[in-house]
Write a protein that binds this ligand. Structure first.
Ligand code: MG
Length: 159
């Protein structure tokens, strides 16, 4: 049995007039994240972690933001595509763990829904999906509310 770990990171800027989507869950807030797709930074970090663990590059390579096909794209669908790409190389997903760094809004009430949603998308049981939220005590771009970031690690296995 072979195991690989992968790391992913993403950050997006807040902008008024957009929905805030994290892990495929719409979080009520006065702003959303700016991006070509739905700008779901959590899904993007997880997608990059899966691709990274399988040595498949990153989502910019597979789903370029210059391609109109991905405009407003549902990032949960993109995440599922990344899993399929890894599976095509014989990899199975073992678990995922992620941190969303965000000062406002408070994400705690939505974390469980995000984890459940991601588990459904990735065919993982609830114990194999972890999502956490952190503030930066006001420091940096997340602290000032300019944007938020997400970090993710995944483990893949294959025979
Ligand atoms: Mg992104």
């Amino acid at each position: 049995m072979q195991h690989h770990v992968g790391i992913g990171y993403d950050a997006h800027r807040f902008e008024a007039g957009r929905d805030l989507i994290l892990g495929g869950v719409k979080v009520p807030f006065e702003k959303g994240l700016l991006g070509h797709s739905d700008a779901d930074a959590l899904c993007h970090a997880l997608s990059d972690a899966i691709l990274g663990a399988a040595s498949l590059g990153d989502i910019g390579k597979h789903f370029p933001d210059t391609d109109p096909k991905w405009k407003g794209a549902d990032s949960v669908a993109l995440l599922k595509e990344c899993k399929k790409l890894a599976e095509a190389k014989g990899w199975d997903l073992v678990n995922v763990d992620a941190v969303v760094v965000c000062q406002r809004p408070k994400l705690a009430p939505f974390i469980d829904e995000m984890a459940k949603n991601l588990g459904r998308a990735l065919s993982l049981d609830r114990e194999s999906v972890s999502v956490k939220a952190k503030t930066t005590e006001g420091m940096g771009f997340e602290g000032s509310g300019e944007g938020l970031s997400a970090h993710a690690v995944v483990m893949l296995k294959r025979n």
